[in-house]
Design a protein around this ligand. Structure first.
Ligand code: HH2
Length: 274
């Protein structure tokens, strides 16, 4: 299995690590740290040195309670960073839900679009189809401002799975080949702790769609709920969660701590292939 990702083709025999670069003043765990173009670019390059297989650059926080930024502001934050990363030896993914941002990012050399709204914005599937980038279709219930206000499901896994199936079908109908797709259950996006745990425990059920699973658990509040640790102090639970996700079939792990996650995965991988 491999993922077509712009000019890259990523083999998926071992779980890949996607390093997070937030060019935002308000992201929940590293907001404000990489607002400056140079700092964001240096951070991305450092993550590649540490073994990131991809980097994911986002200029709008989607954390619970976050307010949307204007499209112009998102582009103003994002584009200089993308231009400076054009020569990166690994694919650059852009975390955005806006069509104009997708188009400009792809024109500037982005190899993947990571859309927490799973290409539901009008024109989004066409914007992606017109390129050869990979795409992440993520499940979210509600919108970031209100999504953590008492989310309700019947069976969370069936509901998420049905949504992802419908978005895969929509993407393919728009001309996006299956080898370009990844899906993500969207941990923490309109889910209570019990929903997140159920999704992690039954992650394997989402593999039925036959496209690689991308998972973001790094530093999330569900890990805070389990350990009592603040976001800046969730390295150990993030590593535990990444390993569990890999064990349950995740193929791409979206993380803030690349070196530590790679090391932990190396141990897991060694045991698996011994
Ligand atoms: N989580 C966040 C942002 N984007 N994309 C995918 N595919 N999956 C995720 O789980 C996911 C995501 C939230 O984390 P972070 O980027 O660290 O924070 P913020 O949204 O506040 O910038």
């Amino acid at each position: 299995m491999f993922l077509r990702c712009g000019r890259f083709s990523l083999p998926l025999e071992r779980p890949l690590v996607m390093g997070v670069v937030n060019v935002t003043p308000d992201s929940f765990s590293d907001g404000g740290k990489f607002m400056d173009r140079e700092a964001a670019v240096a951070h991305a390059r450092r993550m590649v040195e540490e073994g990131a297989d991809l980097v994911d650059v986002g200029a709008e926080s989607t954390r619970p309670g976050a307010h949307a930024v204007s499209e112009d502001e998102e582009l103003r934050r994002l584009m200089p960073v993308l231009e400076s990363l054009a020569d990166l030896p690994v694919p650059v993914s852009v975390d955005t839900r806006r069509v104009r941002v997708m188009r400009q990012a792809l024109a500037a050399g982005a190899s993947m679009i990571n859309d927490v709204q799973a290409l539901q914005a009008a024109g989004a599937p066409e914007a992606v189809a017109a390129s050869d980038c990979a795409v992440c279709l993520m499940h979210m219930k509600g919108d970031p401002r209100t999504m953590q206000k008492d989310p309700q499901y019947g069976d969370v896994v069936s509901e998420v799975s049905a949504f992802l199936a419908s978005r895969i079908a929509a993407a393919q109908a728009s001309g996006i080949a299956r080898e370009r797709l990844t899906v993500d259950p969207g941990f923490g996006f309109g889910k209570a702790l019990a929903h997140n745990l159920e999704l992690l425990r039954r992650l394997g059920e989402l593999a039925v769609h036959g496209v690689p699973l991308l998972v973001g658990l790094s530093r999330k509040s569900m890990l805070g709920a389990m350990t009592g640790r603040p976001a800046a102090d969730r390295l150990a639970p993030s590593i535990a969660a990444a390993l569990l996700a890999a064990h349950h079939g995740a193929k791409i792990l979206r993380v803030h701590d690349v070196r530590e996650t790679r090391d932990a995965l190396a141990v897991w991988q060694a045991l698996r292939t011994a």
